[in-house]
Design a protein around this ligand. Structure first.
Ligand code: PEP
Ligand code: MG
Length: 325
């Protein structure tokens, strides 16, 4: 099987009816970067920057962060990398920051909420990213945005850092893309005001599922009750895709769901064209894509979504088997 996937490495992730899919990899450590070459992924769709923060005994300074981000861009060698700003709190605890003491950490003081309450910390991270890019293209993503005002505040901090970089004669990124993680359901009803301010929206289905079904993602007793192929999630995602794509904003999915072939099939069928996943999932998902007739799959999924509220898992599995996907 491994050999079969290795043989796919240099073949494009395109469906039988010629839809090109962006197939990106999730990473969080420098050592993950070796998989980029190995898998033939288009780039890094999600670089989780908090991981090195978690393994250190103290908060990394701007220089240490800039060195790391710069190495990531070097290894990516021109392929796009999307850096996510710190998503600590929740299940990701920093040993040197006082225990947050949140009763319900997933919904507590985490991610962009900390970044906006401690702007010096977020600004240092943005500074390090601009420094690391040193004129190269840069893509920055803010996690756990629940309200448009949070994105606007984060963008203002980025502007301050861009001004600072200009004053110091640092070259501006050749292309700067700013986007958000769509993880909080409330954002679905703010897309009209959000979309003019972003270049891309990346759906984090791990957190989105937990908030949509009010089921702790780390607790298998409850999280396993809710299927990622439930019509509730797919209809929400379909609604989001239909808003985002016509606005000329890129939509990607970077939660674990994107790395499972049947789930990925459903995502493509509802209009998603860019997926980001763990390295081991690239081969199997690419194999699925290359054997898929997307026109047929889209029609099938649209009609399945009008059916009674049962997960589409079994139906899609049968579709995939019938179509040799
Ligand atoms: C997500 O929530 O789906 C996601 C990709 O981010 P993380 O798993 O790091 O919370
Ligand atoms: Mg998340």
């Amino acid at each position: 099987r491994r050999r079969k996937y290795a043989a796919l490495r240099d073949l494009p992730p395109a469906t039988r009816d010629q839809a090109r899919v962006g197939l990106y990899m999730n990473a969080g450590l420098l050592i993950d970067m070796q998989h980029l070459e190995e898998t033939g992924a288009d780039g890094i769709g999600l670089y989780r920057t908090e991981i090195p923060f978690m393994v250190r005994s103290e908060f990394p300074d701007v220089e240490a962060q800039a060195w790391l981000y710069s190495r990531v861009l070097d290894i990516a060698d021109g392929r796009p990398v999307t850096f996510r700003t710190l998503d600590v709190g929740g299940d990701k605890v920093l040993p040197y920051v006082d225990a947050f003491g949140d009763e319900n950490p997933a919904m507590g003081w985490r991610a962009i909420r900390i970044g906006l309450d401690r702007p010096a910390m977020l600004r240092r991270q943005l500074r390090a990213m601009l420094q690391a890019a040193n004129g190269r293209p840069l893509s920055i993503m803010f996690p756990m945005i629940a309200d448009v005002s949070e994105l606007l505040a984060a963008r203002r901090l980025l502007e301050l850092e861009l001004d600072r970089a200009r004053r110091r004669g640092l070259p501006e990124p050749e292309r700067l893309r700013v986007g958000i993680m769509f993880e909080v359901p409330a954002l679905a009803w703010q897309l009209d005001s959000l979309l003019p301010h972003v270049d891309f929206v990346s759906v984090g289905t791990n957190d989105l599922m937990q908030f949509l079904f009010a089921a702790d993602r780390g607790n298998a007793r409850v999280s396993a009750r809710y299927d990622t192929l439930s019509p509730a999630l797919l209809r929400l995602l379909h609604f989001v895709v239909e808003k985002v794509r016509p606005a000329g904003v890129e939509i990607t999915v970077c939660g674990e769901m994107a790395g499972r072939p049947v789930e990925a099939l459903a995502l493509l069928a509802i209009g998603v064209r860019t997926l980001s996943m763990s390295p081991g999932a690239i081969g199997p998902v690419k194999a699925m894509i290359r054997s898929l007739d997307l026109t047929e799959a889209s029609a099938f999924v649209s009609s399945a979504l009008t059916q009674p509220d049962r997960p589409l898992r079994e139906t899609l599995r049968l579709f995939a088997a019938d179509h040799a996907v």
